[in-house]
Design a protein around this ligand. Structure first.
Ligand code: F6P
Length: 541
């Protein structure tokens, strides 16, 4: 048994969870007419309704006591102050510094990092303005019409998701993203582009990532074969922490935009990794995104825990998965432009908190991150919502909905709102056998036929969800939403006593990929297991 599961706050929550069997959300709403108002909170322009969570005043009291036991406030303060919260790598995790205003001061190892952050932001802005205005041209003097971001994981998911989410604001070159080492992706991308008007952004924190370098070399070869070696300087820029590797690839330091080891890959879209956003949408929009995230940072560090959105979301997530045994966390944005938000959250939360060793190096005896998955509503309703409504396992859902829209068909937004609210209500209310019987009898069913039909139409209900409202899907509120999920991830890591900021779990696969690659050419040189060897034999041309 770990210290955590033996701790007073954990055990109190466990005891309290037992009192929840048989209690329904519908009863709670009937008993408390103010439930929706009291179980809601707002911050940085976002509004959270968590009244459809299986919590009452006592649950919240115990959850807040748990947060206190885990010294959450101290951890938040430490993260914001630049302490080495990533202790397996002896690094700070200072994504909050990337969106701090110019006047702020945040120290890492005695150096104020804010001037550096703004120095890079200013360089990015000048470069983006030059490209967007046509002052920076390609080798032949042609204007840049297309940019291709080559990166993977955090060096792809964040900027790609933001570019899609803010698509109506597009005002510069078209942004394309290549991540997969499957050559099909870069082939399809290059097919539609002209070398003379294409700019490549090679984005990699370490600049040794196999997939990114393979795609970058392919792109370089494509460019050089059309325009010659001398064109690389006008058509390639790098975003990285590793100047030596950038140089080795053949990109000059003047064409590199720097970030730092205290920026985790999945927390990096606010850094120079956001360059494609700036190039396609302009520096002003990027700064709005940062401002929204900063507003959420302020809320996170100052709002009392009971009204603090990231703290509440973190506590509710732990309550659901560790004490009420929900199966997974579904993310359902009711906003088509947030389609890629799910993928970004998956990396954020599962790469951060998919760990089984605690901060003391001991194995955990409790669940850490749930599986996160989802899709946009209303599409998801016609795909996997059947399971959410009637499957044997209860899953928690986050519904995310913009209040207003700015597209040409605002009438359809009424349908979107209706569907979103109807789904969370249906998950909560369910439909009992009595109601089903009455409905079917009214349709004329009776006897055996009626009895057989009833169980298939019953919904157990009582399934928990959050509803998160954004005034509109603009850069500011998107920034706030993303920062909210970043901080929820951190809150949960503190509650689970794990380090959210390393990712040793991706290393083994990377190492083995190198061995298998060697074995493709020279099978005898590598000691492979029987299955891998047999598969390789089938795959060899
Ligand atoms: O998948 C592991 C990982 O290290 C992620 O954390 C990171 O976002 C991704 O690879 C890409 O890394 P880099 O930006 O260094 O190429």
């Amino acid at each position: 048994m770990s210290n955590l599961t033996q701790s007073p706050a954990w055990r109190a929550l466990q005891d309290h969870a037992r009192t929840w069997s048989g209690r329904t959300l519908l009863d709670l709403f009937a008993q408390d007419v103010d439930r929706a108002a009291s179980l809601s909170a707002s911050g940085a322009g976002l509004f959270l309704d968590y009244s459809k969570q299986r919590v009452d005043a006592r649950t919240l009291e115990l959850l807040l006591a748990f947060a206190e036991q885990q010294q959450l406030q101290g951890w938040i303060a430490r993260m914001f102050s630049g302490a080495l919260v990533n202790d397996t790598e002896q690094r700070a995790a200072l994504h909050v510094a990337l969106r701090a205003p110019r006047a702020a001061q945040i120290f890492v190892g005695g150096t104020d990092v804010v001037p550096r952050v703004h120095g890079v932001l200013d360089r990015m802005s000048s470069f983006a303005d030059a490209v967007r205005s046509g002052f920076w041209t390609g080798e032949t003097g042609a204007r840049i019409t297309d940019i291709v971001n080559i990166g993977i994981g955090g060096s792809d998911l964040g900027p790609r998701m933001v570019c899609e989410a803010l698509a109506p604001a597009a005002s510069g070159p078209r942004a394309h993203f290549v991540a997969n080492v499957d050559g099909a992706q870069i082939a399809a991308t290059l097919r539609g582009l002209k070398p003379a008007s294409t700019l490549f952004v090679v984005a990699s924190k370490v600049f040794t990532t196999q997939e990114t370098l393979a795609n970058a070399h392919t792109a370089r070869h494509w460019l050089v074969s059309h325009l010659g070696e001398g064109a690389v300087e006008r058509h390639f820029v790098a975003v990285s922490t590793n100047l030596a590797e950038v140089r080795k690839f053949g990109i000059a330091p003047a064409n590199m935009f720097e970030f730092w080891d205290w920026v985790g890959g999945r927390y990096s879209l606010w850094s120079a990794i956001g360059l494609p956003i700036m190039l396609a949408y302009g520096p002003a929009l990027f700064r709005e995104l940062l401002a929204g995230a900063h507003a959420m940072d302020q809320h996170f560090s100052h709002a009392p825990p009971a009204q603090n959105l990231p703290v509440l979301l973190g506590l509710l997530g732990v309550w659901n998965s560790n004490f009420l045994a929900t199966g997974s966390q579904v993310i359902a944005p009711y906003a088509q432009r947030l389609e890629r938000f799910v993928g970004w959250v998956q990396q954020l939360e599962m790469e951060s908190n998919g760990k089984a060793i605690d901060r003391e190096g001991m194995p955990v005896d409790y669940a850490t991150t749930p599986v996160l998955w989802g899709d946009v509503g209303t599409n998801a309703q016609h795909a996997f919502f059947q399971m959410l409504h009637q499957g044997p396992i209860t899953h928690a859902v986050d519904f995310i909905l913009p209040v207003t829209v700015d597209h040409e068909y605002p009438d359809q937004h009424r349908l979107l709102i209706a569907n979103c609210l109807a789904q969370s209500a249906a998950l909560m209310r369910g439909k009992d056998a009595g109601a089903v019987r009455a409905e079917l009898q009214a349709q004329g069913l009776s006897g055996d036929e009626l009895d057989k039909a009833i169980p298939h139409r019953v919904f157990r209900g009582n399934r928990p969800s959050n509803t998160l409202l954004l005034p509109r899907l603009d850069a500011y509120h998107l920034g706030a939403l993303l920062a909210l999920y970043e901080h929820r991830t951190f809150v949960q890591s503190v509650l689970w006593n794990i380090n959210a900021f390393d990712q040793w779990g991706v290393e083994l696969g990377k190492q083995l990929a190198q061995s298998v690659l060697r074995a493709i050419d020279d099978p005898a040189s590598v000691d492979l297991d029987g299955s891998t060897r047999a598969l390789l034999a089938r795959l060899r041309p």
